[in-house]
Design a protein. Structure first.
Lengths: 338, 338, 338, 338
C-alpha cells in the first residue's frame, strides 16, 4: 500500500499514520519529497480496509498496490484452470461448452423435450432452477428437491451434466447427489457464509457476478471458495445494472477478457440474464464466444412464451438449435471447437 | 397493464397477445386506434413478469399500470406506520431517533463507553454487528451470539434498545432474545427466504436498500415481510453504487421523501454507509433529517481509527455528540423533535 | 400516451388531466375501470415532455406509447440505410469496414506510415483528430485545420476515406473539403445546434453515443440530423460510464443489435474508447462484429506508447494487422466480408 | 505518480517504464521491494494521461498522487472564494442565496409576476433560459437574445440579478450586457473551448456538473475557466444519472460537502433538475442547505403546469414562497442566514 500525505501534512500527522500502519502489521518505507511525503507499506494488507488510513489527519490518498485477492489471481496458476467433470467435459479448455435449459424446472415432459434437443444440438449441461427467488412474493417459487431429482434423471437419460442454483447453506447437502455443478446467483455473490461452505465441498461452482459488483469483488468472492480448497470455480458474467433500460441488464462483454487476464479461472457468459430479451440472446452469445468465453449459459424452453419464470429471455428450441449452429462457426473463428 | 402494439401489428399478432393475457388470468379491453392498437389488461398482474408479453410478436411496449406492491403502498395505510418499541420509542412519529454504535461488537469496555455516551447525547438504540460479512475472507468476521448477549446487557444497563444484523434464517431464533430490531443488510435485501421468515416474527425489521436496488424493488422486498403479517418494517437508505468514487456510495437523499410518498413505512438514513467517510457523516445526517428521515443510523466507536471494521466511516464519540446537538436544531427546523 | 390515474382520483382531477392533455393538442379516450381510470392520448406527443402530466394531481403514471423519434425508427425505412461514399465504400451493407488511425494527427511521417499499413491490412478509412478536447487544460490540444489538410493528402495518396471529429458549428464549413465523414463525439451527442447544422449538409455523420446517454436519446439526437434532410447518419457505440473501473468505459455490445432493431441506421463499434485499454481492443472488436456491427472504429499509431493522446488504448500497427486478420474470420462467421 | 510493477516484472520492463516516465518529464525514484518494485514519479504530471503507463509491459497499476487540478483545489485558497456581485450579493459567504425563475423565458407578464414574487420572498437572482437545448427536435427552443433583454429589464425593475445559460462561444459577447452570471449547463461541462472563452471574461460563471461527471472532472473543468484568470466560478450539483428511475436524476447531496472540502469554490444545489419532480424540490432544497450549499437554484413559474419546458419540476409561486420560509429556518439551523 501507498499513503500519499497532503502537501501541508505536519510531522506529527506523518508519525501518526506510520504508527497506525505499523500497528496493523505493515512495514513502512518513508520517502520525503520536496512537495509531499509518501509512505510505502509492505506486509499483510490483503485483509485490511485501507479506507481507515484514508481518513487519518494529513492523508491525501491511500492506494492499494497488490491485488486484494491471491488464489484467484492469474499469477497463482498462469497456465489457467480447467474444471473437469465426470464425463470428461472440461470447462476452460479448447472446447466451448453450452449449458442450457429452462429457468425453472416445471414438469418431466417439458424437461425431457428440452434435454433431448439440447443434447442433439451439442449442449453439455442441462440447467434448471428448483429454488426460485422472485422479486415479487406473489410469483411462482420453484419445485425444490423433487425438481432436482427429476432433472438428474432426465439429464442422465440424455448424457448431460446438471447445473442448478444453490441459495442457502442448508441446500448444499441435499443438492449434492443431483447436481454436477452448483450455481451461485448474482444476489448471493457476496453471501460469504454460503461461499465458504461451498469451499468445503469439491463440487464445481459457477459463481455469477452480482448486479452491481466490480470484477475485483467477483474475484474476492471466488477467493472464499478457493481458500476452502475447492479450486473448481467458474466465473460468470451475466450483466450489470446501469441506467440503460433497453435491455434488462447491460452485459459487460469486456468482463470476459479482463477476467481471463486477471485470473486463471474459466469464464462463462450468460446472455439470457445479460440482456433479458430473447431477441438479443443470439447476438450476445456470439459476442461472448468471440471475446473468449469458455462456455455459454442460456435459457431455453419448449414453450418459451409460457415458461413459469424468465419467459421474456428464454429461447424457443428452434432458436436454440439455430444459435448452436452459429456458435460453432464463431468458436472455430476464434480457434476453438464447440 | 397496458400493451401497446406496433403500428404494423397484424390481427393474428393482436389475437395472440390477447390470448396470452387471458391465459395469465388478465381481463382485456381492446382499443383500436387509427395508428395502433392498445390492449388494457385488468386483473392479478402483481405477480406477473410483464416482460413475457413484451417479446411477443407485434408488441411495441408493455407498461405496468398498478404498483407491483400492495401492502407497502401508501394507499394501504394513508396515515403512515409508526413502529413502536417496548420502552415507548416510536419510529415514524414526530420524534426523530438516532441508532448508534460500532460496526462490530468487539469488547465490553468499548461497548460500555459507547452506550453511555450515546444515551447521554440522546440516542435511542445501540447498534452493533455480531456476524460480519466481509468482502475479503482474510478480514475480521465478528463475535457471534456472545457479542449479542454483551450488547443486550450493556444496552439494558443504559436504557437503550438494540439493533443488529441478521444474515441467515438460522440466526433469527437465537437472536430473538437479544435484539429489539432486526437489521437486514443491503446484500440480503433480496434474500427472499430470509425476509419471508422475518415476516413470521413480530419483531421490527429495518430493511436496508440494496446497493443497486430501485426503490420499487425495496418496496417489493418489504412486501415479503409484510405479507407474513409483520407490519413492523422500517426502510433504510444507505447509498447506492454509482460511477462516483469520491464517496464509497452515493447516498440517495431523495429516496427518503420519495419512499415517504410511495409508502406508509418509516424511513431511516444511514450516512455512515451512505458516504463511507467520517468527515461526510455529519452533513449527510443533517441532510437526511432535513429531507424527512424518521431516524438516523450511524457508526460510532470510542477509538474510531482502530475499529475492527468500517473504521473509515466511524465517528469519534466527540464528533457524535456534536452531531447530536446539530441534529436537534435541524429536527426542530422541520417541525420535529430529537 | 397513456395516463393511469390513481385509484382514488376524483372526477375533478380526471377532468383536470383531460383538459391539460387537450390543451397540448392531444385527443383523449377515457376508460373508466372498476379500480382506476385510464386516459389514452393520441396526437402530436413526440415533442411533449410527458413528465408535466405525471405531476398533475391524481395521476399515478404516464407512459409514452409511440417512439419519441420517427425518422430514425426502423419502420421508416425497414430495409435499412446504407451510407455510400465517393469511392464506393458502403457502410451498412454486407461488408464490414474498418476506420483506423491515431487519436490525434501529429506529423506527416507518422500518418503516412499509419495510412500505408491500414490500407494494406484492409482498412477503408483513415481517422484522426485535429481538434482535441481534453479534460485537463494542461494537455495537448490538436493541430487544427492544417492537421486535416495533411490527413486529406495522406488518405488520398493511399486510397482511404477520412473521418474526423467536428466540435463546433464554426468548424463545419472549413472541414468540408477535408473529411469524407464528420464524427460527433460523445460529449457533443446532445449539442443540438451542432447536430442541426450537420443536418443541413449532405456529408455523412458518425454520431457517437454520449457517455451516459440511453439508446433512445441517441436516436433522438440522430433525429436532429435526419430532420434537416441529411440521411447519411451512422451510429456509434463507444462505451458508457458505469461503476466498473477495470475498463475506462463499459462497452455496451448489446447496443449494436438493439440499435439495428430499433433503427434503420448503420451501427459502428469503437472498442478503443469502449475499453480504454489496448489489450482489450481485439476481443471487443471481435465481439462487436459477432454482434452485428457494420464497421469498427479503432485507434492505431506507429509508436502507440508515445501517441500524443489516448496512448493507453491505441494499438501498435502489428496488433492492428493481427486484428484485421482475425476480424475477417469473424465477419465470415456471421455471413459478411471485411 | 506511483507505478507499481507486477511481481514478476523483468529488469528490462522496469527500465522501459522508467524511460517512458522520464521522457514525459517526470523524475523517478525507484524502490525495489522483496516482492515488487515501485516507481515514484515527481514532476509535471497534471497534464499526463496516466493510462499510457498502465498498459506498458510489466506494470500492475498506476496511481495519481497529486490532484490533477491546481487552481480549483482548496489548498490554493484555503479561506474559500466568495463571488461578489455588483449589488453586494456574495455567493460563498454566510448568507445562503436563492436563484429562481422559469426554465425558459416566455413572456413579460409571466416574468414580471415571477420576479415580483421571487424578490418579495427573499430571492436574489432571476433565472431563465433563452437558448433551450431540447432532446427532441420537435420541442420549444427558446426566445434568444430578446428573451434576455426582457429578463434584464424585469430583473432591474425588481432589484434582482440575472443568470442564464450560455451554450456557445458566439453567445458570450451578446449575452454580456444582460446577465450577471453565466450558467454552463450539464451538457456543456466538458465543452472546453466554451469554458476557455469564459475564462477570458471576468463575469461569474455557474458551472453545472455533467450528468455522468465525477467531482474530479467537474473541478478539472472549472480549471479551464480559472486558468484564464476568471476566478468567479460557482459549482453546481444538479443530479447525476443512475439506474434509479423514481426521480429524473439522483441528486448527489454529498457532492456539496465533498466539493467544499476539495475546493475553495462556492457550491450551489439545483433540486429542480436534481429530482425532476415538483413534489421533491422542497425536501431536497432543504437537504442541500443542511449539507452546506451556498445557494439554491430552483425553477418557478406562475403557471407551472403550463411552463413551456421542464413543467414537471417547476414550482408554483405559492410552493416557492413556502419553501423560502422553510429554507430560512434550515439556514439558521446551520448557522447561516437567507
Amino acid at each position: 500500500m501507498i499513503v500519499a500525505m497532503q502537501e501541508n501534512a505536519t510531522d506529527e500527522q506523518i508519525d501518526g499514520v506510520i504508527g497506525a500502519m505499523e500497528e496493523a502489521g505493515v512495514h513502512v518505507h518513508r520517502t520525503t519529497g520536496t512537495i509531499q511525503t509518501i509512505l510505502a507499506g509492505v506486509g499483510p494488507t490483503a485483509g485490511l480496509d485501507l479506507a481507515q488510513f484514508e481518513v487519518l489527519p494529513g492523508v491525501e490518498h491511500v492506494h492499494r498496490i497488490s491485488s486484494p485477492y491471491k488464489l484467484a489471481g492469474r499469477a497463482w496458476r498462469p497456465e489457467g484452470t480447467v474444471v473437469e467433470f465426470a464425463n470428461g467435459v472440461r470447462i476452460g479448455g479448447d472446447q466451448v461448452h453450452v449449458m442450457a435449459g429452462p429457468c425453472s424446472v416445471e414438469s418431466r415432459e417439458l424437461l425431457e423435450e428440452t434435454a433431448r434437443r439440447v443434447k442433439a444440438a451439442g449442449g453439455s449441461f442441462l440447467r434448471g432452477g428448483a429454488f426460485k427467488p422472485r422479486s415479487s412474493p406473489y410469483a411462482f417459487q420453484g419445485l425444490g428437491i423433487p425438481g432436482l431429482q427429476l432433472m438428474r434423471q432426465v439429464a442422465d437419460a440424455h448424457g448431460l451434466l446438471t447445473i442448478s442454483e444453490v441459495m442457502e447453506i442448508a441446500q448444499i447437502e441435499p443438492m449434492l447427489p443431483y447436481v454436477d455443478c452448483f450455481q451461485v446467483g448474482a444476489r448471493n455473490m457476496q453471501n460469504f457464509n454460503l461461499l465458504r461452505e461451498l469451499g468445503q465441498t469439491r463440487k464445481p461452482v459457477l459463481l455469477k457476478r452480482g448486479m452491481a459488483a466490480t470484477l475485483e469483488e467477483l474475484l474476492l468472492s471466488s477467493e472464499y471458495i478457493l481458500s476452502g480448497g475447492n479450486y473448481n470455480v467458474i466465473l460468470c458474467e451475466r450483466g450489470i445494472r446501469t441506467y440503460e433500460t433497453a435491455t434488462r441488464n447491460t452485459m459487460d462483454i469486456a468482463a470476459i477478457p479482463v477476467l481471463k487476464k486477471l485470473s486463471h479461472l474459466p469464464v462463462v457468459g450468460d446472455p439470457s440474464h445479460g440482456t433479458g430479451r430473447r431477441d438479443m440472446v443470439a447476438p450476445m452469445a456470439k459476442a461472448a464466444v468471440a471475446a473468449g468465453a469458455d462456455a455459454i449459459l442460456v435459457e431455453v424452453h419448449p414453450n418459451a412464451d409460457k415458461a413459469a419464470s424468465d419467459a421474456a429471455q428464454t429461447l424457443y428450441l428452434e432458436q436454440f438449435e439455430k444459435l448452436m449452429a452459429e456458435l460453432k462457426v464463431i468458436a472455430a473463428a476464434v480457434g476453438r471447437t464447440l
